[in-house]
Design a protein around this ligand. Sequence first.
Ligand code: NDP
Length: 239
Amino acid sequence: MKVLVTGANRGLGLALVQQGLAQGHIMFAAVRSVAEQHIKELQQLKAIFEGQLRIIHMDVTNEKSVKQAADAVKWTDQYLDVVINNAAVLNERESTIEELDIHACSQAFDVNTLGPLRVVKHFFPLLKVGIEERVSDTQAILNISSEAGSITNTGPLDYPYGMSKAALNMLTVKLKRYLQQDDIAVISIHPGWMQTDMGGNQAPKDPNETAENLYTLLKKGKNNESFSFVDDTGKQMSL
Ligand code: NDP
């Protein structure tokens, strides 16, 4: 498969790239910064998995940057099978409504909701070519969401993050209906509480475990209503 992962330089994104390479996929690791210190691990992987890894610059908040990344992939590789919208920010986590910084809320929406929207807008043509080529029998868009985006399961705080992920889930449902005929699975995933910069070191889960589960899930890639929002093991989550 040819797989794009956003936010690929650390955390779950990096684990998805690593796991995908180990499984023999062609990986497109999209990163906000290509500065040496940002992509050290990716460069090491590139040296090991020669020819299997492309590192591309993409700031998901910048439509021009997303379009340029899509053009670059089209130029070198013509099509994609899977897009994984993973990049996100978690900010203003503990702020009450009185303290809330609205600018930070806009930033959360810009990265967590509009980011995946920009990516799907510009990479969709490559997915369509992927369907026509039918080299792989898996075509999918995975939106890495969170249980914080479940309307029935929100704590009192987390305004920007929870709202932006709920809106991401809405994007998933809309795309799923739109793409039904095209046979592209569209799924929102709660990846679990993971040991990453975002999840912190108290988290119970290794992101590599989540990454492995997500590739298993991709093989099952279903495009039905009950598979709109699931955890990394495929268990249904409440929108
Ligand atoms: P991290 O904070 O560890 O990594 C976030 C990634 O997103 C980084 O690669 C970061 O790049 C990238 N990113 C942020 N802003 C942008 C941008 N504007 N353009 C491109 N990339 C950007 O997060 P995790 O790995 O923990 O999280 C991965 C996904 O899982 C996220 O969608 C998150 O919401 C979700 N999730 C995580 C949980 C957890 O416990 N960790 C729990 C539930 C959901 P840079 O290094 O340049 O900042």
